[in-house]
Design a protein around this ligand. Structure first.
Ligand code: NA7
Length: 535
């Protein structure tokens, strides 16, 4: 063990959140900070998720930092939806431009963080044997970073290769001539399956829950658009930060029922042709009225049946059991079209469940399949997984894992009672995954930075939220979710329902980014209502 290093802040994770938090504390407040990052590079989500077809489903000109005009001006995206390598290049560019690397410890996992009441410091240890004593502990571990490997019997018996999409090998995987299984048809599976099918000899997709997907209509950005995005950066940012979802477009102010069937159909058609999440924003009531949602859902089901030639496959794909967008809706490049290829087959594991994995492949209740490669596109222990995996102990020996045994408890998704001077960037209870992440992250980091500035200026040593504030906020999170159709998707990771045994609590705040921002600002104006400071 090395000597304990004194520092103002330890930040965990070097993705969008951790890097902007480092920059903010260091360059705006003049504090010392260290980012601990388990990977051997920066990038977070975009460092780990390197599977074929990995792309962002936010448009590139909105999936970026806006805090620096210079950065907005310098960086140029090449496509409408950026691919993983391009986003990783962007984040590396950010790390270099703002000289962040000296304050980022790569290949370093935070092992324990313990709050010491007597000194009001966090003692942090790492797997490298480093020790830090920090006034602030800030987590930027991402909402979708703890890979969910399903517990299927026999997994270790498989003699071929298997990969989880969230832990993809850096050297890539050669699917040429291989018989491949893909388990999972969430956003990741839907992105990866068409790309894998182009290479592999044969792909068998194991679908548990059929999913909606919208065409992304990928295309290179024209010079005119690139110019437009730079010249109108302020306007674009304003739209992103004053609407519900943080995207560079707003939800139309019309109901599905304001129009005749023909007019509505024409709008859905137009959105389908344009591609992307704008489809969801074409009407204001798609996520709040079941009847309105049915219209959108029926349109997509009709499209699936038109696209997919094999009627049995089309039925399995269109047999969707939840409202449209109640789970995060994927956007795709020829996903449904891929089932028209001769080398792609769809198996419903609702009809014939997987019994076990064998040395040769996968055994369902009615067939033994043989594979060379199994791809687990089975998602993440979302929002809380990475936080509770870390050994964090707050006041009075309270561990985060135990304190959250019945589900996460936070105030504004920013702080947890019993964990003084600890902040969670895009923690559970924040809008985060229900909107475009970078503006959500910028808002959180700016709020935390302003709060720490306030503490420094007023000579305040400690901030901690209360049980009462956390009860209040959980009610707000529940109310916001219940005002939408989101809780109707019973298997969603928003609810924690994808992880066996995980408490089912709706985790993100569904009230929208603009409303959330206003609440955060209001609490500050009311002298940080819900937080207690100590000198
Ligand atoms: P998701 O959206 O959680 O999807 C995971 C998929 O894996 C989904 O189809 C699951 O079926 C399936 N799954 C999970 N566990 C199993 C088991 N045990 N057996 C069979 N199938 C299983 O994760 P993604 O990585 O696709 O996307 C996550 C987010 O990343 C996405 O929303 C974007 O925001 C970016 P289920 O639906 O649970 O029946």
């Amino acid at each position: 063990m090395s000597a304990v290093q004194q520092i103002d802040a330890i930040i965990v994770g070097a993705g969008f959140s951790g890097m902007y938090q480092l920059l903010s504390l260091r360059d705006k407040l003049g504090l010392s900070a260290k980012v601990l990052e388990a990977g051997d590079g920066v990038g977070g989500t975009w460092y780990w998720n390197r599977y074929p077809g990995a792309r962002c489903d936010s448009e590139s000109h909105s999936y970026m930092f806006y805090f620096s005009k210079e950065l907005v001006h310098e960086w140029e995206w090449s496509e409408r939806y950026p691919q993983q390598p391009e986003i990783l290049r962007y984040l590396n560019y950010v790390a270099d431009k703002f000289k962040l690397r000296p304050d980022i410890a790569l290949n370093t996992r935070m092992q324990t963080a313990k709050y010491d009441e007597a000194t009001n410091r966090w003692l942090v240890t790492t797997d490298k044997g480093d020790q830090y004593s920090a006034k602030y502990l800030i987590t930027g571990v991402g909402c979708l970073s703890s890979a969910n490997m399903p517990k299927i019997e026999g997994i270790s018996d498989f003699k071929g290769k298997s990969y989880h999409t969230g832990q993809w090998p850096h050297e890539g995987v050669d699917f040429t001539g291989k018989r491949v299984a893909v388990i999972g048809t969430g956003s990741t599976g839907i992105q990866a399956i068409p790309e894998i099918a182009k290479q592999a000899a044969h792909v068998t997709v194991f679908q548990r829950t059929a999913n909606y997907s919208l065409p992304a209509r990928h295309h290179p950005l024209s010079d005119e658009f690139k110019q437009y995005a730079k010249e109108h950066a302020d306007d674009i940012y304003k739209v992103m930060t004053t609407n519900t979802n943080g995207h560079p477009f707003s939800i139309a102010d019309r109901s599905v029922f304001d129009l005749s069937d023909e007019e509505r159909e024409a709008i859905f058609e137009e959105q389908w042709k344009m591609g992307g999440f704008q489809f969801r924003a074409a009407f204001k009531d798609i996520l709040t009225s079941q009847e309105a949602n049915d219209k959108a859902a029926d349109f997509i089901r009709k499209k699936i049946r038109e696209i997919v030639h094999n009627p049995k496959t089309a039925e399995l794909l269109a047999d969707i059991d939840h409202p449209f967008a109640a789970k995060r809706p994927p956007i795709d490049a020829d996903y449904f079209e891929t089932y028209n290829r001769d080398n792609v087959e769809l198996i419903s594991i609702r009809e014939t469940p997987i019994e076990r994995i064998t040395a040769q492949g996968i055994k369902t209740t009615d067939h033994q399949y043989e594979f060379d490669i199994i791809v687990f596109a089975t998602g993440f222990d979302a929002m809380t997984g990475s936080l509770v995996k870390m050994d964090i102990t707050g006041r009075d020996q309270r561990t985060l894992k135990d304190y959250w045994y019945a589900g996460p408890r936070t105030y504004l998704g920013l702080q947890v009672p019993g964990f003084p001077n600890m902040f969670t960037i895009t923690g559970p209870g924040s809008p985060s995954v229900l909107c475009n992440m970078p503006p959500a992250i910028e808002q959180h980091v700016n709020w935390i930075t302003d709060c720490i500035r306030h503490m420094q200026q007023k000579g305040l040593e400690r901030i901690e939220t209360t049980e009462q504030a956390s009860d209040y906020w959980q009610q707000q999170v529940d109310d916001a979710a219940n005002a939408t159709l989101l809780p109707k998707a019973k298997h969603s990771w928003y609810l924690g329902a994808n992880i066996p045994g995980k408490p089912q609590v709706f985790m993100p705040y569904a009230g929208g980014l603009a409303r959330y921002r206003a609440i955060c600002d209001e609490m500050v104006a009311k002298n940080y209502q819900g937080f207690e400071f100590t000198h």
